[in-house]
Design a protein around this ligand. Structure first.
Ligand code: SAM
Length: 326
């Protein structure tokens, strides 16, 4: 059952000065004033908000009542489908539910901006879907809240994270869906060859500079990540290109990251559009407008939409682009 004694978010975290200096230089150039807005949020974990995504396979009236009495509001219009996420103005946080084998969890805590790629993918019942970089599985769970795909293949390269993914799915998805939902432990760059044209929709929630957590890296870890950072755009481009090869003509791919970095966002999409002539960028302006009362978007973002955290609406960073193959 859900406990009503909620914990305050934001344990004491140690800031990584090296990463901050790097971001200050790059993001003030790329985003100007918006970086000042985002910086204030990213540096203060005590103000971070959390969304509560309900599990439709483990409905609880008690939980809904609790959310109502605590002034949570629905992120999405109530009539918009089975995906339901509740958000709060303040940073109060529900307790995480422990994994208990054989028992479904009632909710998943997340940065509400993480739902944007899933909404952009727009999975319908019966779709053949691939979640190429899937661990720990938040977006796979959200996909299964929004529709019942004909199949959902969830892939993760890292063995440790792959186990975490399998555990997440076990905690949220009833066994009856086991035939449709499969977990893979492969390099996502292979799917374009081994599963060419097999899917209607692919999500590439790419490995990226995770701005939020990098800022609180231990000094050595921060230095290592920054050193490896320049390799990410090539990896991201290869993953996106593999995803495009894995969809049928007429299918769609959503590319997302949780960084503000232009090199990992619009530059990757631009590279793909230049090198794959049968690929067309889809407009996400309507989706952004429908959520503009919750999320702050970068008005200058190209080749996709970018949620920038702001005090009181601390969601993001999240970049999302949608591509269609002819
Ligand atoms: N989609 C996940 C979710 O919503 O919970 C988060 C995914 S995280 C941003 C990116 C993931 O990609 C990481 O778990 C990372 O281990 C994985 N990854 C890195 N390189 C990969 C590759 N070549 N193929 C597949 N997955 C990869």
């Amino acid at each position: 059952t859900v406990q009503s004694n909620q914990v305050k978010s934001g344990q004491r975290k140690q800031l990584c000065k090296l990463v901050l200096d790097h971001f200050d230089k790059q993001y003030s150039e790329e985003l100007g004033q918006l970086w000042t807005t985002a910086r204030e949020v990213l540096l203060d974990p005590r103000c971070w908000q959390y969304g509560v995504m309900l599990n439709r396979f483990s409905e609880s009236t008690e939980l809904r009542q609790l959310l109502q009495t605590q002034d949570y509001s629905s992120l999405l219009p109530q009539d918009s489908g089975s995906l339901q996420c509740f958000v709060h103005q303040s940073q109060i946080r529900f307790p995480s539910q422990k994994h208990q084998p054989g028992q479904l969890k009632q909710y998943y805590l997340l940065n509400a901006a993480s739902l944007l790629p899933v909404l952009a993918l727009g999975v319908r019942d019966g779709d053949r879907v691939l979640d190429l970089c899937s661990a720990p599985g938040g977006k796979a769970v959200a996909i299964l809240q929004s529709a019942t795909p004909g199949l959902l293949h969830c892939n993760e390269l890292d063995c440790h994270r792959w186990k975490w993914l399998a555990e997440t799915l076990e905690s949220f998805i009833p066994q009856a869906l086991n035939d449709a939902v499969k977990v893979f432990n492969l390099d996502g760059r292979l799917f374009g060859q081994i599963e060419a044209g097999a899917y209607d929709k692919v999500l590439v929630d790419a490995p990226c500079s995770n701005d939020r957590s990098w800022l609180f890296a231990a000094p050595q870890q921060g230095a290592l990540w920054l050193q490896e950072r320049s390799k990410l755009p090539d990896l991201q481009t290869e993953l996106l290109s593999s995803a495009l090869a894995a969809i049928r003509p007429g299918g769609t791919v959503v590319y997302s990251t949780c960084t503000l970095s232009r090199a990992e966002n619009s530059a990757v999409v631009e590279r793909i559009l230049t090198s794959c002539p049968n690929t067309e960028l889809q407009d996400l302006g309507g989706l952004a407008r429908s959520l503009s009362h919750h999320f702050t978007f970068d008005p200058n973002s190209k080749f996709g939409i970018l949620i920038v955290p702001e005090k009181g609406r601390t969601w993001g960073p999240m970049f999302v682009a949608k591509l269609k193959k002819h």
